[in-house]
Design a protein around this ligand. Structure first.
Ligand code: NAD
Length: 372
């Protein structure tokens, strides 16, 4: 039975940023109570952005009570318990640290930071407060199911992990501007924007990366962030891999895919077909082996009870709802939530090694740090 709203604790949210992710998060805040039985009643208290006209329109469309153009004014407000960060990457650290120091619950977009050092400072500030990093793809049923199959041993000893995140925004002069193309606002280009997702999924499914060698490439003369990032990596589990992201993957508006080859089987996923997971079982008798194209909508798949009945597909918005729902449940249960800031530091560690390798042309070993 769903909890009655009278017994729920009110959580007033201030969302900073009302662009693409502002829309996605607003939807998740509105929807989460429809799918999850949570102890919290989320209130869309105030939305913050720079452009007053756009802000008023977003507030009216999604039902935010108030608008604000200065995020600093939100931090000390007693009527705000949650700060949600959906702004360009360079603003994540100042907002998240100020919000955590004020004791707020913090929801922060990826990439967590613009550098490893900044990510470490953020993690230190965020550890004492409930927080999440919006690496949403872990909660796609197909990716969560891939994790389950790997943990069941269905893929055996991993040999190869290869993954791509491709879009074509760099090739379109009308899109190749704005904060994503300015280092001061974004920190990096395709690396932080796209490859960060690939890295988080790789770490989730195939474990830590021990060393890598990388290339960062700029196609457009004068651009101060990378257009493409690719690396050959060695994982601690003995497998080797390639990870790649580009804004020049012409023909791919938003492709996010991976393939894992192990001694017992193969897994393959593509966001273009996000409700499905390919699995090849190499342990079946030879004349019976084939690639299975599994519709990961239940029964007995991750999140099938959360959303629709078996065979009824879900969309881009659902893993964000699942991220928020799992997070709110973890706040009630006290269970550690992932992806948290320490998990996101591991993504930054790979991005940092990648930049160092690209600059030096050398293989770079990754080291862990003691938590400060
Ligand atoms: N999890 C994902 O899959 C995913 C997808 C896209 C973007 N992102 C991340 O979300 C963040 C935002 O990306 P987006 O695509 O929504 O960008 P966007 O350009 O669509 O929106 C950015 C918003 O930030 C606001 N903003 C900028 N400077 C501000 C300031 N000083 N004060 C208040 N508001 C300010 C803008 O007004 C705008 O509303 C980035 O960190 C990005 O990496 C994550």
């Amino acid at each position: 039975m769903a909890k009655q709203s009278v017994s729920k604790k009110k959580l007033n949210i201030a969302m900073i940023g009302s662009g693409f992710m502002g829309k996605v998060h607003s939807n998740a805040f509105r929807q989460v109570g429809h799918f999850y039985d949570v102890d919290y009643d989320l209130q869309l208290r105030v939305v913050c952005g720079r452009d007053r006209v756009k802000l008023e329109a977003a507030a009216a469309q999604w039902g935010w009570e108030e608008t604000e153009t200065d995020w600093r004014k939100l931090i000390d407000r007693k009527d705000v318990e949650v700060i949600d960060i959906a702004v360009p990457n360079a603003l994540h650290a100042p907002i998240a640290i100020a919000a955590a120091e004020a004791g707020k619950i913090v929801l922060c977009e990826k990439p967590l930071a613009t550098s490893l050092e900044e990510a470490r400072r953020m993690a230190k500030a965020l550890r004492p407060v409930p927080h999440l990093v919006w690496f949403n793809y872990r909660r796609l049923p197909a990716i969560a199911y891939a994790k389950q199959l790997i943990e069941e041993g269905r893929t055996g000893q991993p040999y190869h992990y290869r993954a791509l995140y491709l879009n074509q925004s760099g090739n379109d002069p009308s899109k190749a501007s704005g904060w994503r193309y300015q280092r001061s606002a974004s920190g990096t280009g395709a690396a932080g924007d796209l490859l960060s997702h690939v890295i988080d999924t790789a770490l989730y499914l195939n474990g830590p990366i021990s060393e890598l060698t990388a290339v960062l490439h700029v196609f457009a003369a004068g651009r101060d962030v990378d257009d493409a990032a690719m690396a050959m990596v060695r994982f601690s589990n003995g497998s080797i891999g390639t990870i790649e992201a580009t804004r020049y993957g012409v023909g791919n508006p938003n492709l996010n895919s991976f393939e894992l080859n192990g001694s017992k089987g193969m897994l393959q996923f593509s966001l273009d077909d996000m409700n499905r997971l390919n699995f090849y079982d190499a342990t079946e008798r030879a004349n019976f082996r084939a690639r299975r194209n599994i519709l990961v909508t239940g029964p007995d798949h991750p999140y099938w009870k959360t959303f629709w009945k078996p065979g009824h597909t879900i969309g881009y918005e659902h893993p964000f709802i699942a991220t928020l729902g799992d997070f709110l449940q973890s706040m009630s249960s006290g269970e550690k939530f992932h992806v948290n800031a320490d998990d996101a530091v591991e993504v930054e560690r790979v991005l940092d090694a990648l930049a160092r390798s690209a600059a030096s042309g050398q293989w770079v070993k990754l080291t862990t740090d003691a938590k400060a």
